[in-house]
Design a protein around this ligand. Sequence first.
Ligand SMILES: [Zn+2]
Ligand SMILES: [Zn+2]
Length: 385
Amino acid sequence: MKALSLTAEWAPKAGYDLTAAERAIRRARNGNMVWKAPQLNLVDAPDPSLQPDQVMLEIAAVGICGSDMHMYEAGADGYMLYPGLVCTPNILGHEFAGRVIEVGKAVKDLHVGDLVAVEEIQWCGLCNACRRGFVNHCLDIEELGFTIPGAMAQYLPVRARYCWKLDEVAERYGEAEALVMGAMVEPTGVSYQGLFNRLRNWQPGNNVVIFGAGPIGLAAQALVIAAGAGQVITFDPSASRRAVADAMGASISLDPSAIDLDAAILQHTFGRGVDYVVECAGFADKTIEKLDRCLAVNASIIDIGMGADNPTMPIVAYKRMGVQYAGSLGHAGGPFQQVIRMMAAGRIDMRQMVSARLPLSDGVTAFKRLESRQDAKIILMPNAG
Ligand SMILES: [Zn+2]
Ligand SMILES: [Zn+2]
């Protein structure tokens, strides 16, 4: 089968403390400390085989994510930018939907022909974190498209317990569109997890600030609008991404580069300030660190964007205003079901952020095109045409 494969050179940086496990299986905890000169190629990979608890998917649609870009891109030192768990060589792709074409012997609830979206986080269900319900923080995690083969390929076997059916979306939009929307359940689930499952204090009418109008930020924007937000102010330096944010219903979108964030946020919330801040840019040191006077009493800050730099938080303001801060990671443990329902009910339509649908053969070109960060989301269609 055809697949997009990432290769890189194993070259641990001086001073990086490799664990025995990392050395043994070349599974870096911090990709950016170990993998050099990443390269992406379209390859002929062997057809995968099926385990009893898995279903075989024919992949219909797979999104290119910021994390994919950070595995593919190198910094000035030649090392991969992505700071998380990575193995190479590996097939990328973790935001996807497909059709079940074969069912393992032990699988009960899925059948040939079913359309599904799949959790990227392969939580174990047995570790202490999983048993306490924190599956996104599984201590024995595998990640599709990061540590094990992903969906930028024609076929992928996945365990049935990570699959969520898209039949209610197909009922409304037809199968072909449901599969494209299905590829956006994962990134939308990441935003859902941060907004509604971390502090659990969302209230309709909240004034919201969103940093970053990439897919996670745009998904957060769509979710808060559907959930009854007041003013929604979205910041992004890219004019084309701001245009998408506007088209998807932002009250206003602004370039954060050269403005006083406190003043702008106060102005656009009629002096009331912001109740919910959602960091989806990965630059907490340039975004939430700057917010002080604009924070409303009892404001919440949800930090989703993955950046390398640690911000210095204005904690005096947080105490004065009763602000709570929560980091958020992942999409497993429930968001998939809720996001699929919101899509099926027509409350959110993430297709609005898709700028191109391309065959897998154009995959490498698509990564190149995304280097400029002008597109929000490109979807690859591994079995199209
Ligand atoms: Zn992603
Ligand atoms: Zn676990």
